[in-house]
Design a protein around this ligand. Structure first.
Ligand code: GAP
Length: 408
């Protein structure tokens, strides 16, 4: 864990929040490479669960909601952890909305799910989706954790990727099973070692107040086996509670037969896969962190898969003080960057050092422009070397083939 935390800090993935003021417990800042990694993880999730499916749509709701919503959902009375003295402590952050005497106490959302439930009717009215369908949201959530710990594992400000999947009441089990498999498929797609993820059926006494069945997906973090993500069957708890509290019926109207005019009106049930962005990133980092020996020297590298790697390829001129090499390398860099934005330029230090630096941030390919590229050996003109991060092996390929190779 110490090695991962120090690499993350040194190379610009994750910094302690407000560090120059001594930090602030439970808050973390994503640096230049961390934000790329995080965006890649979120984009992959969004693509897989929203854009590539016909039964899903997205949402981006406000973080601060009418506090009545958190009363109805049970969070104001029940979202609490025990303190050392046994007293319960509500972990929702409260804030004050509006000026002076008019101010209302509101909360920073402790889960993104709330924004989805209160928009159920809006989405049904605007898109008329057929059951089963889901609404997905990625965004910040806040919990005043009593003991934030283990780097970004338990933070006070974090990000969730959540889906509320609405089904006919009798269909929840098949949806639950489908999403159970989808959770594994996503973990695999981001490069979380599959043998390190374990399902745990959560006992009745340990489940959240709204859930009738929950599976926790636990990952072998360096500090132990802990929850990575969850899958819960929430029944009709939320839509029912918000219907009652708001007096707006959150029902679904289903035609019983063509042209009969008769309708079945009911509250759909919900299956909820909930992923933590930060825990996913930590599991990706832990899965990718590798120490090995290459060319007789020990090295550290991040074995990211290309989909999540913050930098897809780095381009170097063999020597920084040869203008013809630099000009040609700049040309290759510009050509690639136009289509693949996550490309890096590096001309610092010698080639060996540059390889090490790219290995350490998980860049899958390093491309070097050398004298053969310029035609020193005429048959090699306009070719470059491309080095594979994991094997350290280099190949010579035509510049014209680079774009497709990296994009693939
Ligand atoms: N809507 C369901 C829900 O919020 P949860 O198990 O409380 O369920 C879901 O949270 C996921 O959010 C967790 O599996 C975890 O990945 C992430 N998460 C929860 N609390 C967190 C914290 N304090 N720091 C980082 N991630 C957290």
């Amino acid at each position: 864990m110490d090695k991962i935390i120090s690499l993350a800090k040194r190379r610009g993935f994750i910094y302690p929040g407000s560090e120059i003021y001594g930090g602030f417990s439970g808050f973390w800042d994503y640096g230049p490479l961390g934000v790329e990694l995080k965006n890649n993880v979120k984009q992959l999730w969004w693509r897989m669960f929203v854009q590539d499916r016909d039964d899903m749509c997205g949402l981006d709701a406000a973080i601060v909601m009418n506090p009545e919503a958190w009363k109805a959902s049970g969070h104001v009375s029940g979202f609490a952890d025990p303190l050392e003295n046994g007293k319960m402590f509500n972990t929702m952050f409260s804030t004050s909305v509006g000026a002076a005497a008019e101010a209302t106490t509101a909360y920073l959302r402790p889960e993104t799910a709330g924004g989805i439930f209160v928009n159920f009717k809006n989405v049904v009215d605007s898109l008329h989706p057929k059951l089963p369908f889901g609404i997905a949201q990625i965004g910040k959530a806040f919990r005043n954790e009593i003991a934030p710990r283990d780097f970004i594992f338990r933070a006070r400000e974090f990000e969730q990727m959540e889906i509320e999947y609405f089904v006919r009441p009798q269909e929840w089990e098949s949806a639950f099973e489908e999403w159970r498999q989808n959770v594994h498929a996503f973990n695999e797609a981001v490069g979380i070692a599959s043998g390190s993820v374990h399902e745990v059926e959560v006992a009745d006494s340990d489940r959240a107040h709204y859930s009738k069945r929950t599976i926790d997906f636990e990952f072998d973090f360096p500090f132990g086996r802990k929850e990575l993500s969850g899958l819960a069957y929430r029944g009709d708890f939320d839509l029912q509670a918000h219907s009652e509290a708001s007096s707006v019926p959150l029902t679904y109207h289903e035609e019983l037969g063509a042209n009969t005019g008769s309708k079945n009106i009911f509250i759909p049930h919900v299956v909820e896969p909930s992923f933590g962005v930060d825990r996913t990133i930590l599991a990706v980092l832990a899965s990718a962190y590798t120490e090995d020996e290459l060319g007789g020297e020990s090295r550290v590298y991040l074995k990211f898969n290309s989909a999540v790697a913050p930098i897809k390829a780095a381009v170097f001129p063999l020597l920084k003080n040869k203008p013809e090499l630099v000009a040609k390398a700049r040309e290759v860099y510009a050509m690639l960057k136009k289509q693949i934005p996550q490309i890096m330029w590096d001309d610092n230090g010698n080639i060996g050092k540059r390889y090490r630096r790219q290995d350490e941030i998980g860049t899958p390919h390093c491309i070097t422009v050398d004298f053969d590229t310029l035609g020193e050996k005429p048959e090699l003109k306009d070719t470059v070397t491309i080095r594979n991060r994991d094997t350290g092996k280099q190949e010579r390929v035509p510049i014209g083939s680079l774009r497709e190779r990296i994009a693939n």
